[in-house]
Design a protein around this ligand. Structure first.
Ligand SMILES: C[S@@+](CC[C@H](N)C(=O)[O-])C[C@H]1O[C@@H](n2cnc3c(N)ncnc32)[C@H](O)[C@@H]1O
Length: 212
């Protein structure tokens, strides 16, 4: 579920790594500190990892380098092929944040960067409950993604992007399901997680959740 945006990545795949490197002025603030953001996710996970939305494989690379076994889940065919070619030793399966297979492998942590906003808030709640069933006690969900403190703060960011003619980012913020921190806090708690949030740049927060 949440696959309604995956075609966007057929085009973006060619420029994605340039975007995360800051070469697209519109997305520079979104990807500010990208490497440190991926490092922050990597520093919080434990054991065998299920990674959603592997994309070009940049978080995957860090997880593998840190010694983790990784199973990737990626719904976009071109992105999935890219990750699979970059890391022939790992499984990268077709699937999404809610519909996925782990092939019977025990998962200790679920990780992603710049992906969870593809689900509506209702779907985020469904996903987190599914993750709580999959993980052992003390298992982790560690996500980095754009979050806003309030709806007013989100609207202010959209207005700021429009004012500087960054309409691609503004349209993205209006089109996809970027949510607010109190909603996410409630969804994590209802699913049976303890969670902390840490802001990493103007857009992105680290969500570090542990199953109770
Ligand atoms: C912005 S990219 C992030 C890629 C990578 N994680 C990174 O940090 O650079 C989002 C990725 O999530 C994938 N994606 C989109 N919808 C998804 C869904 N519902 N479930 C899982 N992945 C999804 C896209 O195909 C794309 O590869």
């Amino acid at each position: 579920m949440g696959r309604e945006f995956i075609d966007i990545f057929d085009e973006w795949i060619h420029l994605y790594d340039a975007s995360v490197a800051g070469e697209d002025p519109e997305y520079r603030d979104v990807f500010e500190g990208y490497d440190e953001i991926l490092n922050a996710v990597t520093s919080k996970v434990i054991g065998t990892i299920l990674e959603f939305g592997t994309g070009t494989g940049n978080l995957t690379a860090k997880l593998i380098d840190a010694g983790h076994q990784v199973i990737g889940i990626e719904p976009n065919t071109a992105m999935r092929r890219l990750t699979a070619e970059r890391f022939p030793s790992i499984e990268v399966n077709d699937g999404d944040l809610i519909d996925f297979e782990t092939d019977g492998i025990t998962i200790d942590s679920i990780a992603s960067s710049y992906v969870f906003h593809h689900l509506t808030d209702e779907e985020k709640g469904i996903a987190l409950k599914k993750y709580a069933q999959l993980l052992p006690i003390n298992g982790k969900v560690v996500f980095a993604d754009t979050i806003f403190i309030t709806e007013d703060a989100k609207q202010a960011q959209i207005d700021k992007e429009r004012a500087r003619n960054f309409h691609n980012v503004a349209d993205d913020l209006e089109r996809e399901y970027y949510t607010v921190l109190p909603v996410l806090l409630k969804l994590f708690l209802e699913a049976g997680f303890e969670v902390t949030f840490k802001q990493l740049n103007d857009f992105v927060w680290l969500m570090d959740a542990t199953k109770k």
